[in-house]
Ligand binder design. Structure first.
Ligand code: ZN
Length: 427
């Protein structure tokens, strides 16, 4: 355990850099890094990693190896121009345990801007909160990774193990960015992902499957509507069947450790709907965009098979119902969930550093949302701590992140780097 004097030096170094940290966070929020438009934001990260004196690796994530991986989510965008950025610190003397600090650069769409109190991209700080799309999820955490690392050196110390600072794409839709970083060869003795997690540690989380469900109808003129078949009406039947499958999976929560006490752990989201060509034509088609959650231990392939069976049964007709054609196409997350098994050294260290930064005990919880932790836990076999600041309204209007929480999480992570990697005095 590092000394209390050293601890104080590191805590003070985070405080001394905190105004600059907030400016860097605001600058990053102001770069709208929506899917397939992350490059300008990644330029900012690359510049900061270079300024820290790190070896910077930036590469387009497209690869055959990525597409062949069982955790790959089928993508609907071109990856040839989409890059990950990793800054690597190599110690002059190697003594401690290596570490990856990971964060995602991509943000979800802001939705109708008129429903925001202010622009989603102005990163205003008001009453102790920073607002903006991506402020919480997760630009505050991504920048905190950089400043936690920098604080060690501003405290006059040098880590004695390898540290990789990763800024990845595609976390909000496939998880292929972190997967590409793993396949690039980056590994370490522990990973921290500073997602907005209420100053707590994620113990378990769901996997996620995305798909598009296309229902086919029989177009006719509405004057002879009974001779046609309305694909949009039929899509409602598909949705009803999916809600039944969702209820079945939720009823099984007691069989899944860490999910027993959650209120509705499995959420199916109809995230988009499109269909029909003309108000006066019975619609020939309707497409639903579906997101389903999966318990850890259930493969994405099994979940997809269950969804396919569910919608095929709905489409089979019977009991006076017209049968119809339906097609399910996976087109995003194809990801299993994971559990962070208790008892790792990494978790024990985080318990200490959290206590030092927050003055209270670290708690853990199960989250029903996707996390890139599954890449490092399931495929990298690495203890992965998903841990980060308090936020509100992520993926909603007026998303915001607590400034004080960012400061303390950064302190906790800086102490983690010192404790986990070890430190030498500089000079
Ligand atoms: Zn996130």
């Amino acid at each position: 355990m590092i000394s209390s004097t050293l601890t104080q030096r590191i805590l003070d170094a985070v405080d001394a850099g905190f105004d600059e940290q907030l400016r860097a966070t605001a600058e990053l929020v102001a770069a709208p890094s929506l899917r397939a438009n992350e490059e300008a934001a990644q330029d900012l990260i690359e510049g900061r990693l270079s300024a820290l004196g790190l070896d910077v690796d930036r590469w387009a994530i497209a690869s055959d190896e990525l597409e062949a991986h069982p955790g790959y989510g089928p993508s609907t965008v071109d990856y040839t121009g989409m890059t990950n950025v990793v800054g690597t610190y190599t110690p002059s003397r190697e003594a401690g345990r290596s570490l990856i600090l990971n964060g995602h650069i991509d943000v979800v769409p802001e939705g109708p801007e008129a429903q925001w109190a202010r622009s989603p991209w102005d990163a205003e700080v008001r009453d102790g909160w920073m607002y903006g799309r991506g402020a919480g999820d997760m630009k505050a955490g991504l920048i905190a990774n950089l400043f936690a690392f920098d604080a060690i050196r501003r405290a006059g110390l040098a880590p004695t193990a390898r540290v990789h600072l990763q800024s990845v794409v595609e976390e909000e839709c496939t998880g292929n960015g972190s997967l590409a970083a793993l396949l690039r060869g980056y590994s370490a003795d522990a990973v921290i992902i500073s997602e907005p997690e209420e100053d707590a540690l994620v113990r378990a989380n769901v996997g996620v499957l995305w798909s598009t469900i296309r229902v086919s109808g029989e177009p006719t003129h509405p004057r002879e509507m009974a001779n046609g078949f309305n694909a949009i009406d039929a899509a409602y039947d598909v949705i009803a069947a999916l809600r039944e499958l969702e209820a079945t999976w939720n009823a099984e929560q007691h069989e899944h450790p860490y999910f027993e006490d959650l209120d509705h752990p499995i959420n199916f989201n109809i995230g988009g709907i499109q269909g029909g060509d003309w108000p006066s034509s019975v619609p020939a088609w309707c497409e639903l965009r579906l997101r389903v959650a999966i318990y850890p231990g259930v493969t994405a392939a099994d979940a997809l098979a269950a969804v396919e069976e569910c919608v095929r049964t709905a489409a089979a007709g019977g009991e006076g119902r017209h049968p119809f054609d339906v097609e399910v196409t996976p087109d995003g997350f194809f990801a299993e969930g994971y559990v962070l098994e208790p008892g790792s050294d990494a978790e024990a260290v985080l318990e200490q550093t959290h206590r030092a930064a927050f003055g209270r005990e670290l708690t853990s919880f199960t989250t029903p949302g996707y996390l890139d932790g599954r890449v490092f836990v399931n495929y990298g076999k690495t203890p992965t701590l998903v841990y980060g600041p308090v936020s509100e309204n992520i993926h909603g209007f007026d998303e915001r992140v607590s400034v004080e929480s960012i400061r303390r999480c950064t302190q906790s992570m800086a102490l983690f780097i010192a404790e986990w990697c070890g430190v030498d005095e500089i000079g």
